[in-house]
Design a protein around this ligand. Structure first.
Ligand SMILES: NC(=O)c1ccc[n+]([C@@H]2O[C@H](COP(=O)([O-])OP(=O)(O)OC[C@H]3O[C@@H](n4cnc5c(N)ncnc54)[C@H](O)[C@@H]3O)[C@@H](O)[C@H]2O)c1
Length: 342
């Protein structure tokens, strides 16, 4: 049985507590939050779970094997490092840290102490993203031409990070999973309409060596919630609407072909193919539940999590590059890889 302590019971923390409470092989031992009113909610819902306003109580409790950190991003490094130094396995919310240097230090510390480090890039555990990965990896889609995402709604405005860290982070992790290649460059533009707060909308383009191009439109200032992704390949195309209750993924047997017949050189040489559309059956288990069971399995059997700290580092590197580009009004940033923490 893996005993888990959770730090942070704001918007996302309750989802972690609920899922770990139902995960076979796991027990929620304690929850820490600075806000006593949040802890009262925990006590009402889970009377057997200990609560405290001091996260150090969780670190000093030798019966706790793993800590999940669901606090604002600006606190992840300090809390995550303290948990690893106390010998705990670590679940860190996305993005894993504010800087790639901090993220790399967390990975090094977990390696040194042989602790499991998972970063909660939740989308990787959804039936929809897994199905898209399966289709792309099988070659059915052909070469990936583009990935185009719209991830907008009204709020939730964050105080410590921009909309890139909050929302585009999902696209960065999904792309890492689907494309299996790190982008070579990024260009982003964005704006902050409210002085003193981070950028609230951004348009980000990622360039890959293979020729794939990816774009994400992220915003906290949209009147409606949209979660749509298009992936276009040389053989087929996919649409993914995360708000669809069923049939989230649709695969279109559509595409174009170009002729190199010299007789047609003066004409439009493009042919359009339109075939069937189908919506594959998707796994319906809640992603956090899949991920929670995976975390417990990784701890118990010394496995490397699918969304390990190294993925977390790659994502933070993209956030940094996109943020620099955005602050330089779209200047192209080439992605630097930091191999070792100082
Ligand atoms: N995986 C996902 O899809 C997903 C979705 C939403 C949020 N998140 C992530 O979850 C994290 C938390 O986001 P949120 O929206 O729940 O934030 P929130 O502000 O609603 O909640 C954070 C909670 O942490 C508590 N807290 C802060 N510092 C603390 C400390 N030192 N000790 C104990 N408690 C402390 C606060 O009192 C608050 O209750 C962020 O990293 C965010 O990116 C992930």
């Amino acid at each position: 049985m893996i005993n888990i302590g959770i730090i942070g019971y704001g918007y996302w923390g309750p989802n972690l507590v609920r899922n770990f409470a139902e995960t076979p092989g796991a027990t929620v031992a304690a929850v820490a939050d600075l806000d006593k009113a949040k802890l009262e909610l925990v006590q009402r819902r889970y009377p057997a779970v200990k609560t405290t306003t001091d996260f150090r109580d969780l670190l000093n409790d030798s019966s706790i094997d793993a800590i999940a950190v669901a606090t604002p991003v600006s606190t992840h490094f300090e809390l995550g490092m303290a948990a690893l130094k106390a010998g705990k396995h670590l679940w860190l919310e996305k993005p894993m840290a504010e800087t790639s240097l901090q993220a790399r230090k967390l990975v090094d510390e977990a390696d040194r102490r042989k602790r499991t480090l998972i970063v909660d890039h939740t989308f990787i555990y959804t039936g929809a993203v897994r199905k898209m990965g399966e289709i792309i990896k099988s070659g059915d889609l052909g070469r990936v031409y583009y990935y185009d995402s719209i991830r907008v709604n009204l709020g939730l405005f964050q105080r410590d990070v921009s909309v890139i860290s909050d929302l585009a982070v999902h696209d960065f992790s999904i792309l890492d999973y689907l494309v299996g290649e790190h982008p070579v460059a990024v260009s982003a533009s964005g704006i902050n309409h409210f002085p003193g707060t981070p950028e609230n909308l951004a348009y980000i383009t990622l360039f890959y060596d293979s020729g794939t191009i990816a774009h994400a439109n992220v915003s906290w200032l949209a009147p409606v919630k949209v979660r749509q992704i298009l992936v276009g390949g040389s053989k087929k195309m996919i649409t993914y609407d995360d708000l669809e209750p069923s049939e989230k993924i649709k695969i279109y047997d559509k595409g174009v072909s170009f002729t190199d017949d010299p007789k047609q050189i003066q004409e439009m040489r493009v042919g359009y193919r339109t075939g069937d559309m189908w919506a594959p059956k998707l796994a319906v288990t809640e992603a956090l539940r899949v991920e929670g069971e995976h975390f417990v399995d990784c701890i118990a059997h010394g496995k490397v999590p699918e969304t390990d700290g190294r993925l977390g580092v790659r994502v933070v590197e993209l956030i940094e590059a996109a943020t620099s580009s955005m602050r330089g009004k779209g200047e192209t940033m080439y992605i630097k890889r930091l191999e070792k923490a100082a």
